[in-house]
Design a protein around this ligand. Structure first.
Ligand SMILES: [Cu+2]
Length: 173
């Protein structure tokens, strides 16, 4: 037989149950949203993991390769270029890079001495320049403007001045 007290307790537990279910549901929704938004922002701002094109047991080898000699910029199609980017204390070569808007650029990035960080501002290009390793990253410059290459890995006394330039001009067409 139910006493009045039991009826109150049952109602109380039913109400508490509803509230707890609602809060657990909200927590699951929030955790899921945070997970998705974090993944999206990381992929958008920092890019996906860059593939390594080649590694050499001798860290000085990439600097001696033909592609890294001379201008370092090679047109490979009507709107595509290869750039062979060498970071050294404390400059990027080639720089400045002049290309028309709409160009797809494949960067082959390496270092001639110590670790550098190859980051192009206003893009999601962010690669570590490692001696003996050639990293490959492709990007399409849709909008004209000046894009600065900054070294984002501390590399010595002139690190903060290690800035390169990519000039994206209005396309002729
Ligand atoms: Cu540097």
């Amino acid at each position: 037989m139910q006493t009045p007290h039991d009826a109150f307790e049952d109602a109380f537990h039913a109400a508490a149950d509803r509230h707890e279910r609602a809060w657990v549901f909200m927590a699951i929704v929030l955790i899921t949203l945070l997970f998705i938004v974090t993944g999206y922002l990381v992929a958008r701002d920092y890019g996906v993991v860059v593939q390594t094109q080649a590694t050499y047991s001798n860290p000085n080898t990439p600097a001696t390769l033909a592609e890294f000699q001379g201008k370092g910029i090679k047109q490979t199609g009507p709107h595509s270029y290869n750039v062979y980017m060498m970071g050294r204390v404390w400059s990027w070569s080639p720089s400045p890079i002049n290309i028309p808007a709409g160009s797809t650029v494949t960067f082959y990035v390496t270092s001639g001495d110590v670790l550098h960080g190859f980051e192009v501002q206003d893009t999601d290009i962010n690669v570590t320049a490692i001696p003996g390793v050639i990293a490959k990253v492709t990007y399409t410059f849709d909008k004209p403007g000046v894009f600065h290459i900054i070294c984002n890995e501390y590399c010595g006394a002139g690190h903060q001045a290690m800035i390169g330039r990519i000039n994206v001009t209005r396309s002729a067409t």
